[in-house]
Design a protein around this ligand. Structure first.
Ligand SMILES: [Zn+2]
Length: 124
């Protein structure tokens, strides 16, 4: 099983989000790996938690209202907190039926990913 397939499985094993409407059906998960492929951090997106780092990159991307933490940024924050260099960032998203769907990082996360010096991105 590949790293991204493992991440899809992690997401599918999590409890379903209770809120159904709009985008809230979708949970995104990100996982950072070091150069040797070891897991550094794994985080999901949030529809309720904000963070100054998220806000910082949201402003840079011209979307200052997008304050709720995206999975990619939550993962990068967690790695930064322990001074870990992220080599690979995996990003996965699944449909309500558990099938992987496209999880290309948004503009906000793309800026953050560049800023954090991530070498490789793999997404569903
Ligand atoms: Zn994003």
């Amino acid at each position: 099983m590949t790293d991204i397939q493992k991440l899809v499985q992690v997401l599918n094993n999590m409890p379903k989000l209770e809120q159904e409407g709009d985008r809230r059906r979708f949970r995104v998960i990100a996982r950072a790996l070091d150069k040797k492929g070891r897991v550094l951090a794994t985080r999901t997106n949030s529809y309720t938690l904000s963070h100054p780092v998220q806000k910082h990159f949201a402003v840079q991307a011209g979307r200052p209202d997008a304050i709720f933490v995206h999975a990619e940024i939550a993962t990068l924050i967690a790695c930064k907190a322990t001074n870990k260099n992220v080599h690979t960032l995996l990003i996965a998203r699944v449909s309500t039926s558990g099938e992987p769907i496209t999880a290309a990082p948004c503009e906000i996360c793309s800026i953050a990913i560049r800023k954090f010096g991530v070498k490789e991105i793999i997404h569903t």
